[in-house]
Unconditional design. Structure first.
Length: 106
């Protein structure tokens, strides 16, 4: 499955559009609370553990979106947008959401 943030794939023609597909992942409260505490001091360096958790959440959301596209008969997703939002009553969870257009390319 080819996935790109661009609206087209250079050198490949889009032959069918299947519509918008999406994927979402939510990371639990403790991770977000710890993450926010870790980024409070911007100059304090990077946290490999939190970066790993966020990367896994993003990968999971993208995989979910790819599966949705494949179920429609697509072989690519173009125009992908990835968003990170806090959710829950007190912003205690982090949601990673992605969306794009499922297409068939040559």
């Amino acid at each position: 499955m080819l996935m790109t943030t661009t609206p087209s794939v250079e050198g490949r023609r889009i032959v069918a559009y299947y519509g918008v597909v999406s994927g979402e992942t939510i990371i639990g409260a403790n991770v977000v609370r710890d993450f926010m505490a870790g980024v409070r001091d911007f100059f304090g360096g990077r946290s490999g553990a939190y970066e790993e958790v966020l990367q896994k959440a993003k990968d999971t959301a993208l995989e979910e979106m790819a599966e949705a596209a494949e179920s429609l008969g697509a072989n690519a997703v173009v125009g992908i947008d990835i968003d990170y939002e806090t959710v829950g009553a007190s912003g205690s969870m982090l949601m990673v959401a992605c969306s794009g257009t499922a297409v068939r390319i040559e």
